[in-house]
Ligand binder design. Sequence first.
Ligand code: G3H
Ligand code: ZN
Length: 287
Amino acid sequence: MNLLDIIKKAGKEERAIGHFNVGSFDMFPAIARAASGAPVVIGVSEGERAHLGLGHAKDMARSFGFFLNADHTRTVEGAREAARAGCDMIVFDAADKPFPENVRLTREAVIAAKRARRGVVMEGELGYIGGSSSVFDAFPQGVVIREEDMPTPDMAARFVKETGVDLLAPAVGNVHGMIRPSAGGGSSSGGNPALSIRRIKELRAAIRVPLVLHGGSGIPDEGLRAAVQAGISMVHVSTELRLVWRTALQRALAAHSAEISPAKFMPEVLSALEELVARKMKLFGYD
Ligand code: G3H
Ligand code: ZN
């Protein structure tokens, strides 16, 4: 089965494919252990691509049986390059642009990428959810969190029709990164805003392509579960992986302060990562 069919099948089964961003090669085996054979998409942002090298990331992904996504690609040329490099999927992101420009650029990217690699799965983004997978002390500026600002079913249907995307990632109360409760964000409990499950259901009913949820970090388990049941077929997670990787590394280095062999202290780091990915996969319906 190709990636698009796998995503559609997951949606029909009320499950979601886990999409995990990597910034370091040692994350691959940890994710593979957690996934234990379930389909997984590995995402590399433009920054992560520059660090890892797209070709190496692709070889690694292939060797573990993962699909590879060129995540948040911001130029048409970048989309063409990612398709030529053999990515299975490309997220084209012009969500910070006004709607007509987002449509125009996304359509151009879809045409260019599909010409370069037949069958590449193209995703478009609708509604700005912030740019960075970081932990924020202040609420990120300009992100869409009020239901009245979220893409409407009509807008989403138009976007899909006019761009030709295979997948749609709408703003439904999700934001990139994790917001500290002290930042006084969008929900009464602080931290990340609440998802609009109602809007997810409305969008699901209005469009025929699978829906993707970005900004999977910082969303409570019940929110993620409800989103998947409402019609989300893929969930992106990055910040929580980065946080666990770094925190576990700091802890491991402190516990083995004289140790210089990564083979001695990295297993603890990768176990922590594996545990997190396994927990998310279970929430998404794969256990
Ligand atoms: O594309 C990447 C994701 O949307 C990650 O979002 O950093 O909030 O988990 P996150
Ligand atoms: Zn994202």
